[in-house]
Write a protein that binds this ligand. Structure first.
Ligand SMILES: [Zn+2]
Length: 453
């Protein structure tokens, strides 16, 4: 019998009368070494997975209040984890395409952010990001941007799990006109939201080693350490950035950050495209969490990250979409497909980064990036119920010889049918339960009609 100690309430038997049963699907648990369960049921109570059983006859344990999700002809799997995004950038989707990163950022994105970001636009942009993530099977995301109180509100309203970090940059920034105050604003942001919700972790996001000074980087690290929270940064995204850091400091970016004390397991480094062997070794030795964002790197022509080399060294690499203005969507299914194929063509090795490995990047390794590997990333009794159901009835998913291959190379976010976070159903049969898609899209369309650069 599975039972979980509920503190003051004593021990409760969860095996009978669960809150939710996801019924009769093929289960891909993502537990290392565990085979796919051809047909089974996942039981959920109080936000936890309380049982996974193979047989399909379960009617006798279904209580009168048990919600049922039918997973027949579908795959039940852990929710996907977006390791790097800027949710509110849905506002700028398709606004400035086909440009080099520096021109895109300094001539288009920074001016648009300065002019059009405010509490209202960031809230609705973030909410649209949350809507899109739910619609495509993401249950947890790592975000860094400005006006982040609004992204916290959006994530909270949507029911998603997230690490949401206040952006820090040594220029006047949206909501932080005086760069002298950027760390104070970030610290107050953390104080405001620390412990607010089990689902939302606040944090700091330093824009890059080039756009933040030495002192800013050190202070941001110090504050993150005070709260025992991870610090995010864009690292070595372009060769220009590496060359400028080299010129300024005499060191490559990883060694520059190492000298400042930032290179250890509390750092989440997005992109990490241009690394030499010593830098990779240094990141591995110190447990730095790296997040790969291949579609953004391809679109901005930043280069190809040496993911394969890092995976071979045993580093748990996360997978992220980056923001919607350099992707231009938040669909992690597409990102998995791209990650696998890009690695193959880059290494000229068709065996490189197979389907299971990229699935791991979007699930178990994404959980490791957050330090939440004991809570999310696999389907196991005792873990949080962050679960998605992928419908296999579409023509693009017929036939299925290997479920992992189907998920990575044939499925898209549009095949996700149901989404559960912390035991709560956020989408059922593609109907949203927490968000009103028509209202959100109408609000963002209205905001976008004013946006021009
Ligand atoms: Zn980014």
């Amino acid at each position: 019998m599975i039972s979980v100690n509920q503190g003051g309430d004593g021990v409760r038997d969860f095996k009978n009368n669960p809150d939710l049963i996801i019924k009769g699907g093929m289960i891909v648990t993502m537990v290392e070494g565990q085979d796919t369960i051809p047909e089974g049921n996942v039981f959920v109570t109080d936000g936890w997975i309380t049982d996974i059983r193979g047989e399909s006859e379960i009617d006798h344990i279904q209580g009168s209040h048990t919600e049922i999700i039918n997973a027949k002809d579908a795959i039940i799997m852990p929710g996907l984890i977006n390791g790097h995004t800027h949710a509110a950038m849905t506002l700028f989707r398709g606004l400035a395409d086909d440009l080099p990163l520096k021109q895109w950022l300094f001539e288009k994105i920074f001016p648009a952010e300065a002019k059009f970001l405010n509490t209202d636009t960031v809230y609705w942009g973030s909410l649209l990001g949350c809507l899109e993530m739910i619609a495509s099977g993401t249950t947890c995301f790592i975000d860094g941007y400005f006006f982040q109180d609004e992204t916290v509100r959006a994530a909270h309203d949507s029911g998603l799990r997230a690490l949401i970090a206040q952006g820090v940059i040594d220029f006047p920034a949206p909501g932080v006109e005086d760069p002298e105050k950027n760390l104070m604003v970030a610290k107050e942001f953390i104080e405001r939201w620390f412990g607010f919700s089990d689902l939302i972790m606040p944090g700091i996001f330093c824009h890059s080693p080039l756009t933040c000074s030495e002192q800013t980087l050190k202070d941001a690290w110090e504050i993150s350490q005070q709260f025992d929270l991870p610090l995010q940064i864009h690292l070595s995204e372009t060769s220009d950035e590496v060359n400028e850091i080299l010129k300024k400091t005499g060191k490559r970016p990883v060694h520059y950050l190492e000298e400042l004390g930032l290179i250890n397991d509390g750092l989440i480094a997005a992109h990490a495209v241009h690394l030499d062997d010593r830098e990779i070794e240094c990141l591995k030795e110190n447990g730095v969490k790296v997040v790969h964002a291949p579609e953004s790197n391809m679109k901005l022509c930043s280069g190809v990250a040496r993911v394969l080399d890092m995976v071979k060294l045993g580093m748990p690499i996360g997978l992220g979409t980056d923001g919607c203005s350099s992707n231009n969507n938040l669909d992690l299914f597409q990102e998995m497909d791209t990650a696998a194929k890009l690695s193959k063509v880059f290494s000229l090795d068709p065996v490189a980064l197979d389907a299971e490995t990229v699935l791991r990047m979007a699930t178990t390794w994404g959980a490791s990036v957050l330090g939440l590997e004991d809570q999310i990333g696999t389907l196991e009794v005792g873990k949080k119920a962050d679960i998605i159901v992928v419908d296999l009835q579409g023509p693009n998913l017929c036939p299925v010889y290997d479920p992992m291959s189907a998920l990575v190379y044939s499925a898209s976010g549009a095949d996700v049918k149901d989404v559960i976070v912390d035991g709560k159903v956020l989408m059922k049969d593609r109907e949203f339960t927490t968000l009103d898609p028509n209202e959100i899209m109408e609000r963002v369309r209205r905001i976008s009609s004013d946006i021009c650069i």
